[in-house]
Structures are given as C-alpha cells and as structure tokens.
Design a protein around this ligand. Structure first.
Ligand code: ADP
Ligand code: MG
Length: 390
C-alpha cells in the first residue's frame, strides 16, 4: 500500500468514514547555497519525491483531532487551547503536534479561517536528516486548512506562514528555504530563491542527470546551539565590516574582494564562518550561469567546493558525511557531492549522470558501509511538485 492509501485506510479506522481530502507536501534538498538563507543569499533547492500525506475531513465541532501514524500518537486541541500549546486535556502538545498546531496559529493570526479538522498523517521524508520533514508537515497542513477554509494564498505566502509557525510557535529559528521549496516545487525544476527579496524562478534541470540523496543515518545532535552560534557569528562579522562598509545589511552585500581586503580584522573563527557565506553566495551565482549553459561539470565542481567550505570553514560536517562525499566523488558519473541541510549528520546530495545513477547508488552504499560500518539509505530522487491536494 502506498502512503496516500495508508493514511486513507487509517483515517477510515479512526473516524469511521473515508477522508474528504488528501493533501501532499514534499521534502526538499538543496543543491547549492548552504547556510546562506539567513544571510540574505541565494539558494538552489528542489522539492523531492518524498512527502507528507494528510488525510482529512472537517470536524463536527471546534476540536481538531490529529493522528500521527509515524508516532502512533493522537493530539486534540481547539482554538482556545492553541495559544497555551496544550491539548484539550490541558497537557502540553507533543512536539510533533506543534508543527500543525503552529500552522493553525499562524493562519489565524493572519486572519484566515482554520476550520477544525480530523486528520491522519504520515510521511516518508526521514526526520531530522536535512530533507525538511518539518516543512513538509507544515505545508501539507497549510493546504489542508486552505482547502477547508475557503481561501487561497500564493504558495510563497503559505510558505511564509509556515516559517512563522516554526519560528514563533515551535520555536525553531529556521529560514524560509524549507517551506518555500515544499510549497513552490515544480516537477523537473530547480528553484532559485533570492532570500532577501523572496523573488524566485524555476530553472530547468537537464534530463541527463539524477539527484541522488544519501542518508548517512547519523542524526544531528546539539544542533540548535551550533546553528544559533553560527548565525551569531555572521551577525558579528556584519557589525565589524560595517565600520568600513557602512552600506551593508548582511553578508550578502559583501563581495569576495571586499571581504578579502577586510577579513584580517575579524576574529579567526568569525572570519571562517563569514568567508564560507560570502564565497558560497558567489558560488551560487556562478552556478546559475553554469546551469543555464548546461555546464554540469562546472556546476558539480562548485558543489564539491561547497562541501570543503562547509567542512573546513563553517565546520558543520562530520566523519560520516565526509566519508559519504569522498566515496561519491570517486565514482563514475558523479558531477558533484556535498553535505546538504544544516549538517552534523543527515544527508549528502549528489548530482549524477542518469545512466550511472543506479550503479552509483549501489556502489556508494557499499563504499560507505565499508568505511563506516553503517548501512546508508540512498534515494534516486526526482524534482517534484510542491504542496497540493491530491
Ligand atoms: P527536518 O530537517 O527533517 O525538518 P526538524 O527537526 O526540523 O528536522 O523536524 C523534525 C520534526 O518534525 C520531528 O521531530 C517531528 O516533530 C516533526 N515531524 C516530521 N515528520 C513528521 C511525521 N511524519 N509525523 C509527525 N511529526 C513529524
Ligand atoms: Mg526542519
């Protein structure tokens, strides 16, 4: 049984009727532009063909009942308990329920109707591995409430409200990229987002390549602290650089040449963090023209350079990610390989010639297992459509 069928069947068991609707929202993988979204940079994600599915119907009263298949848990809340982040029983909502409840909260704050619903949901986006399972949950519920609420928002607006939910309700300081990619994905396209203006466009991905996602199965630990102190280092660098470049608002405004001229006055660690960001923004811009001219070798080389920078300057890699990338880069057909997502475990993303993709995936799994003793999960992924109703 596939996932939409499974959530539908479980819905029928729990609520005694088939669901009225099923919403789907994908995870995402970022090809280039890592740790630059919160520095106003450019990112190049794509929605993947793994997704969260929500089977739902309007509820008869004002109680929203959610069943999370992957946690085998239920949560019930109402508009009255939403602000306190508790269920009807007064107990704090479980962590997983804060994502959909946060979406309801953010939508209501924006003045949008969020009729109570009964829902069963499940996902094949692995959790906490850098493929944005949280945004896929948020955007699937965004579509669910849009369907029942009788309003309609452009996908980017839904993405912004999802980010608001995650920032202010769940309490995770994420940028806009994850919700954006999950909401705005287009089949067979990469998405280019300017994180400052939020303007975006779709770029064709040549048919001759596959995106291969390789999960180290190592899960990140202690990352919110690491993430927050990297954000703080970027802000600190901007404050230092502003004494010479008063017009800058973020590292986006600093050219590599200006950075090289002024970097000596930054504290060592701050310099490394900021250098990654400045150079990564330049790499992403270069990558866009390479992609437009079909230069996959050049594009892949920038992905490889990005990994080195994340490993040595931003220091968000780990032994398993490095092993996965090194094995990948030695294999035939691999244009580029790098860690993707926040780091410290999770996944790598690989750009691979389509005719090599199957062999690449198999050989990569064997090579990684030989190096680490761990059994990885490798997916040959397709760029997929953003959140929608089935
Ligand atoms: P990711 O990088 O995968 O987005 P996060 O830590 O941001 O990792 O989000 C993971 C959290 O999102 C999970 O711990 C859970 O609370 C929620 N979540 C993700 N997928 C599901 C799911 N299938 N069912 C319920 N909650 C989920
Ligand atoms: Mg997330």
């Amino acid at each position: 049984m596939n996932l939409p069928e499974a959530v539908s069947a479980i819905f029928r068991q729990k609520f005694g009727q088939p669901p009225a609707f099923i919403a789907r929202a994908p995870g995402r993988v970022n090809l280039l532009g890592e740790h630059v979204d919160y520095n106003d940079g450019f990112v190049l994600p794509t929605a993947i063909d793994r997704a969260t599915f929500v089977a739902f119907s309007p509820a008869k009263n004002d109680q929203t009942t959610l069943w999370a298949v992957d946690f085998d848990q239920q949560a019930i809340f109402s508009p009255e308990t939403l602000e306190a982040k508790t269920g009807l029983d007064g107990a704090p909502l479980p962590d997983w329920a804060r994502y959909p409840a946060g979406v309801m909260w953010a939508l209501r704050q924006a003045g949008l109707e969020t009729p109570a619903l009964n829902a069963v949901f499940a996902s094949n986006v692995p959790r906490g591995s850098g493929l944005s399972s949280s945004a896929s949950v948020e955007m699937a519920f965004g579509v669910a409430w849009q369907t029942l609420g009788g309003w309609s928002l452009p996908p980017m607006e839904l993405a912004k409200l999802g980010q608001r939910a995650e920032n202010h309700y769940v309490g995770v300081n994420c940028g806009i990229m994850d919700q954006f990619a999950s909401a705005c994905g287009i089949e067979n396209r990469l998405l280019l987002l300017d994180c400052r203006s939020l303007e975006w466009e779709a770029l064709a991905l040549p048919e001759s390549v596959s995106i291969v996602v390789a999960d180290t199965t190592v899960r990140r630990k202690l990352t919110s602290g690491e993430y927050n102190n990297r954000r703080a280092a970027c802000e600190e660098a901007v404050r230092h650089l502003q004494t010479h470049l008063p017009g800058i608002r973020s590292l986006r405004d600093v050219s590599p040449d200006d950075f090289n001229r002024l970097s000596a006055q930054l504290p060592t660690q701050t310099e490394k963090r900021a250098r990654h960001v400045v150079e990564e923004i330049a790499r992403t811009q270069q990558a866009i023209s390479l992609l437009r001219s079909g230069d996959l070798t050049g594009f892949g080389a920038l992905m490889n350079a990005c990994h080195v920078s994340l490993r040595d300057l931003y220091e968000v890699s780990c032994a398993e990610l490095d092993a996965m990338v090194e094995v990948a880069q030695s294999l035939p057909g691999c244009y580029g390989a790098r860690l993707t997502g926040a780091g410290f475990g999770g996944c790598t993303v690989n750009l691979v010639a389509r005719e090599h993709a199957e062999t690449f995936a198999q050989t990569l799994a064997e090579g990684y297992r030989a190096r680490t003793g761990l059994a990885p999960e490798i997916y040959i992924s397709k760029a997929s459509a953003g959140a929608h109703l089935l």
